[in-house]
Design a protein. Sequence first.
Length: 489
Amino acid sequence: MTESSANKPANGQVCHRVKNGVKPGRNGFIKNHHHYHHQQPMYCYPEDKDFVPLYQDFENFYTRNLYMRIRDSWNRPICSVPGAKMDLVERVSPDYNWTFDYTGKVVEGVINMGSYNYLGFAENTGYCADASAEVTMKYGVGVASTRQEMGNLDRHEEMEELVAKFLGVESAMAFGMGFATNSMNIPALTGKGCLILSDELNHASLVLGARLSGSTIRVFKHNNMQSLEKMLRDAIVHGQPRTHRPWKKILILVEGIYSMEGSIVRLPEVIALKKRYRAYLYLDEAHSIGALGPGGRGVVDYFGLDPRDVDVMMGTFTKSFGAAGGYIGGRKELMEYLRSHSHSAVYAASMSPPVVEQIIASMKCIMGEDGTTLGRDRVQQLAENTLYFRRKLTEMGFIIYGNNDSPVVPMMLYMPAKIGAFGREMLKRNIGVVVVGFPATPIIESRARFCISAAHTKDMLDTALSVISEVGDLLQVKYSRQKRLPSLD
């Protein structure tokens, strides 16, 4: 190999490049190899060479140097019903949050601003609690079997009929776990040769279900219809990679309310795109069912749309209904298919009878079939509380995310160092809040997330707002530059 002219000085002699003070010879790497110290990575074992690292370097750094310092902000044990107020078990750490010890004391009457108790059905007294207790005495707590074997109760069938009626669809089926409702059913709906278009802020259960399906996954920008339409158009024009065959199926995954942003899906536009490009729509209403719409029927009710325009309607019973599990609603043929192809339907144990009764009782209450207007009053109260709380936070100078009608209210803290400080200062003043940081959000978009409930009284909200304002001044997190006139009330 000849020397290029670029490596020769003016006198024609070869210019030897110097690296780290050592001139390489003709076989420079071998001659100078002893000058380099090759450091072996820590905790490296021969059997690990075939495994992907469990943690990224930054995640390990974050866990050790930041998360452990504010770990007391999460996993706080409670010892009461998670209603508008709750009782917390006091704990201390002797080793900087690596371990915790209970002091034996209970912090009573903490205003709960973090639970997903949107309609206030997380309670141990009243119509729903009495109905669940009565069913427990008759059926017991567990079923000890799957639905396909000996675990299909008459209450299960009644619940699914009621869910279908509530949603306005032909049929519905229930599952014992909300997370598995997504992660175990999406693989039954799509597979190899199918395309999934997923919102970039979708819940982990949707992401896991999409990955387990074996489908091709493409992610569009959050609530961005231009991004979604471009992906739909490209998918139809180009088809599958390499072969360019048409996709067997295109499935759009969106949520009703996004739990970390408080934003509401632009459902009318999504449905229009779905119809135009002949795709299928999977709508996750975990946070929106019961919490949106004049009848509490979710985001479809909120926009006044036809439920038949949504191919797969999914939701959970863990939030607005104060129970557990999830559901899927849609056409009868779809439900029959899922009963025999969904792993969650075939292999999972049946839903607990008292949980089923809690769902039936709370849903009848929302629909007004209990002979009262209590359910509709709760839906209206939640809407009023949400608007009031959001308006007051904005007037105080906080930056909040999401739509005005969303009961999920993220308040931006931004700096990771303020996560622990905000949560601790609020708890000192008897307000329980949820603080969120990396990896649930980008590292510089840390936030506090408030969940509004119909069970919150105006006095409770005013107390919480007063404390939030006080702590906001203390930590200097009133970042908004927009000046708004205070409301008259």
